[in-house]
Design a protein around this ligand. Structure first.
Ligand code: PEP
Length: 264
C-alpha cells in the first residue's frame, strides 16, 4: 500500500483552550459544517483533543454529529489504574470514560512539563495496556535541525517508542511529526522537507513492524486551511495534527476537507 492509500487523520489539539461556552460553540459550528457537507470516516478521520475537563462534554456533544468525530485526550498519567495520585488521570480512567485515543510526547509536554523519555514511555505502556490508541509526537528543535541532527533526533524518538511497543500493539499507534520550530510560530516545514522526514520515519517504522507500511504519519506545525492541500499532496503525510487553526471550526473543517479530497 502506498503512503497515499492510508486513510488520513485530521486531529485538532485544543491545548489549554477554550472556555466551556466557546468549546460548545466550536463543536456546534463544526457539526454544522459536517452536516452541510459530510466527510466520511473513510475519507478522513476527524478528531478533537480538548482539555481534560472538556473531554466528556465534547464527547457528549459530538454524539449526534453527522459523521463520527473522535474525542482524544491530550495527555494521561504516567501512573496506571486508580489510587492516591492527586491531579492525575490514568489510561484506565480515560478508557472507562469512553475515550479511546490519547496524545503522548507533545513537545509542549516534553519542554514545559518535564516529560522525558522515561515518563513518555511509561505513558505509552500504560495507554497501550489499557487498550487505548496513541498519537505519539516526535520532532526536532530549530537548533537540532540547523546542526543537521533532525533525522537522528526523530528516529531516536521512534526507537524510544519501539522499546515499549509489542508487535501486536503497533496497530494502536499513529505518529505525528511536529518540528518544534513550526509549532504555533506560523512557520511550516516546506512540503518537501516534511515529506522527506515522513519518508524517513516510514522507512524506520517499516524496519520495526510490518504495520509501518500502513501507519498514519501526521504532520503538525502551523497547519492551516491555506497550506493543507500542499501538505496533503505529499505521499507520506497522512493527515495533520492541528493546533491554532483547530480553534476555528471553518479552518479546521477546511483542513479535513483538503486531506479528504487530495487523498481520495
Ligand atoms: C500542535 O500544538 O500540535 C500544533 C501543531 O500547533 P500549531 O498548529 O498551532 O502549530
Amino acid at each position: 500500500m502506498s503512503g497515499s492509500a492510508i486513510t488520513p487523520w485530521v486531529v485538532g489539539n485544543w491545548k489549554m483552550n477554550p472556555m466551556q461556552s466557546d468549546s460548545q460553540q466550536l463543536i456546534q459550528s463544526l457539526k454544522q459544517y459536517l452536516q452541510a457537507a459530510p466527510i466520511s470516516a473513510q475519507q478522513c478521520r476527524i478528531a478533537v483533543a480538548p482539555t481534560a475537563i472538556a473531554l466528556l462534554p465534547v464527547q457528549q456533544q459530538l454524539k449526534d454529529a453527522a459523521v463520527d468525530v473522535l474525542t482524544v485526550a491530550q495527555d494521561l498519567s504516567r501512573v496506571a489504574g486508580t489510587g492516591a495520585y492527586t491531579g492525575e488521570v490514568s489510561a484506565e480512567l480515560l478508557k472507562d470514560s469512553g475515550i479511546e485515543h490519547v496524545l503522548i510526547g507533545h513537545s509542549e509536554r516534553r519542554e514545559l512539563f518535564g516529560d522525558n523519555v522515561q515518563i513518555i514511555t511509561e505513558k505509552v505502556k500504560n495507554a497501550l495496556k489499557a487498550d487505548l490508541s496513541i498519537i505519539y509526537c516526535v520532532g526536532e528543535s530549530l537548533e537540532q535541525r540547523e546542526s543537521g541532527q533532525a533525522e537522528q533526533v526523530v528516529l531516536q524518538q521512534i526507537c524510544d517508542l519501539a522499546n515499549v511497543v509489542s508487535n501486536a500493539q503497533w496497530t494502536k499507534v499513529i505518529v505525528a511529526y511536529e518540528p518544534i520550530w513550526a509549532i504555533g510560530t506560523g512557520k511550516t516545514a516546506s512540503p518537501a522537507d516534511a515529506q522527506a522526514m515522513h519518508a524517513n520515519i516510514r522507512s524506520g517504522l517499516k524496519q520495526l513492524t510490518p504495520h509501518g507500511e500502513t501507519m498514519a504519519i501526521l504532520y503538525g506545525g502551523s497547519v492551516k486551511a491555506e497550506n493543507a492541500e500542499a501538505l496533503a499532496a505529499c505521499p507520506d503525510i497522512n493527515g495533520a495534527l492541528v493546533g491554532g487553526a483547530a480553534l476555528n471550526a471553518e479552518s479546521f473543517y477546511q483542513i479535513a476537507q483538503a486531506f479528504a479530497q487530495v487523498k481520495k
